[in-house]
Design a protein around this ligand. Structure first.
Ligand code: AMP
Ligand code: ZN
Length: 493
């Protein structure tokens, strides 16, 4: 029996505004799409928080036994300044300023993004499609929307007709807005715009002569609108209807609202069953953002090179700090909060190490099975990682009491405790024990001891070729073996 058959997962659905029981469309298969970064600069910690929130969700779904196809795109074209339908393409602008090719900008920041995600021990998505790699699919989608009568072409550009769509659909249902209010709050349409109504959004834009990121289409040489890529790529890889769509809270409107409109207009069905939105990381109570400069980069945090920091913080401490808040709560970044998280993280790692040394004896008063279910209940309640972490601290206290002889634990309970601590800390939260360098030394010591044992065996079998190879290779790596009457010891150069 799979884990998910025993657990009832509830997900807060931004569309229904309630915690809904999670039932995937195809029993044990889950399709999840998360809007990825626009790769025109280094990801800041705010971006990382959203991607780490979805890493936790991906990991827990996998832990429950689902086969998850996780699609996270790279936006490498079409995202204009101000999230609007006018202005320069963010990537082209950076390329112009740096005097390099747009694709060099894309490559540089995609590589940086991957490196940072790896440092955070985030799992790569199953598919990572790019907007520029799916121009054909985007053009096909526009043709479908035009055919259905929900878009219009004007001067080589194509716009989505929000007013027409809203006649028998609901534009604004995700973000809780309605079109009348939007109309009331919108200023006059800018004179140079081709749109019928200010609420309409671009599906295809004819490229101005200076717009260098351009592709041929039936309407003009131009480029796709920003919202289009996610509809085209999610449909291609996950189908017209899929389970989960995620992103940061700030993408709810207009990006995700427009995605729903595009998919409903072309496929006549609502594309996503569970819409999930991760909340913002703030600095000085203001949203971390690239554009305002109110942000911290992961590298600044890892090196301590930023005036708000008293010292460097490791990727795992940072991740632990983030998971101590629920993904739907706003989280404010501060040096003090990170110092507190560092203490907590080290305490948890100490307890985990102590767990390996404790011995079972007789019966114990700690109800490990109930505790384990509490951990699941926390995660089943819309991925409540702070409650999970509180449970892990609860177990840590017990571990120290048992280690100090104040409490006992039965053999079977100890087995469950070891396995569950391992699964929740490393598989679900995706943490790694980087809390002390002495741990690295211990691992090295264990590895060298193993090689010494193998060398002893080889010598006993008169296999001097192998024994000499082990000694020489270790020496080449800076590790000297010394044979004495009490056995072999080693030293580092
Ligand atoms: P972008 O590269 O601007 O498209 O953003 C990538 C992702 O980061 C999106 O899901 C955004 O919603 C998210 N994001 C941007 N700023 C923050 C922030 N301060 N806190 C959390 N997530 C953010
Ligand atoms: Zn998107």
């Amino acid at each position: 029996m799979s884990n998910f058959e025993q657990q009832e997962l509830r997900i807060y659905n931004s569309l229904t505004k309630s915690k809904d029981i999670f039932t995937p469309i195809n029993s044990d298969l889950v399709g999840m799409y998360v809007c990825g970064p626009t790769v025109y600069s280094n990801v800041h910690l705010g971006n990382c928080r959203t991607f780490l929130s979805f890493d936790l969700i991906f990991r827990y779904l996998k832990h429950l036994g689902y086969k998850v196809r996780y699609v996270r795109n790279i936006t490498d074209a079409g995202h204009l300044e101000n999230d609007a339908d006018s202005g320069e393409d963010r990537i082209a602008k950076k390329a112009r300023i740096e005097q390099i090719e747009p694709m060099e900008v894309v490559q540089m920041y995609t590589v940086d993004f991957h490196r940072i995600m790896e440092q955070f021990n985030a799992l790569p998505p199953s598919i990572e499609p790019t907007a520029t790699g799916h121009i054909v699919e985007q053009i096909t989608l526009i043709e479908k929307i035009l055919e259905e009568g929900f878009a219009y072409e004007i001067n080589g550009s194509v716009y989505f007709d929000v007013h027409k769509f809203n006649e028998d659909h609901s534009y604004g249902k995700l973000s809780g807005r309605n079109l009348d209010e939007m109309i009331a709050n919108t200023r006059e349409l800018a004179a140079q715009s081709d749109k019928k109504n200010p609420q309409d959004f671009a599906l295809w834009k004819k490229a101005e002569p200076e717009h260098i990121m351009r592709w041929p289409s039936p309407w003009s040489i131009g480029f796709p609108g920003w919202h289009l890529e996610c509809s085209a790529m999610s449909t291609k890889y996950l189908g017209e209807q899929f389970d989960i769509h995620g992103g940061g809270m700030d993408l709810k409107f207009p990006h995700h609202e427009c995605e729903i409109a595009q998919s409903e207009a072309s496929n006549k069905q609502t594309p996503v069953n569970y819409w999930m939105h991760a909340n913002m990381l703030t600095l000085n109570s203001k949203k971390m953002a690239k554009s305002t400069g109110n942000n911290i980069l992961p590298n600044e945090l890892f090196s301590g090179d930023n005036s708000v920091l008293s010292k460097p913080f490791s990727p795992m401490v940072t991740k632990f700090f983030m998971y101590q808040a629920h993904y739907r709560s706003i989280l404010d970044f501060s040096n003090d909060a990170l110092l507190a998280s560092e203490k907590g993280f080290n305490r948890l790692m100490e307890a985990y190490r102590a767990l390996n040394d404790i011995k079972s004896s007789g019966k114990g008063a700690f109800d490990v099975s109930a505790w384990k279910q509490d951990c699941y209940d926390a995660m089943n309640d819309d991925f409540n990682s702070p409650i999970l972490i509180a449970n892990l601290f609860e177990a840590s206290k017990k571990i120290h009491s048992i280690a100090n002889g104040k409490e006992t634990i039965s053999e079977s309970d100890l087995d469950i405790l070891k396995q569950s601590m391992h699964e929740f800390i490393f598989d679900v939260l995706g943490l790694m024990d980087d809390s002390s360098s002495s741990d690295g030394d211990t691992k090295l010591e264990d590895a060298v001891k193993l090689l010494i044992e193998l060398r002893d065996k080889a010598r006993a079998n008169k296999d001097f070729e192998t024994s000499d190879t082990i000694r020489d290779q270790l020496a080449a790596a800076g590790i000297q073996l010394k044979d004495g009457k009490d056995g072999t010891t080693f030293s580092l150069n």
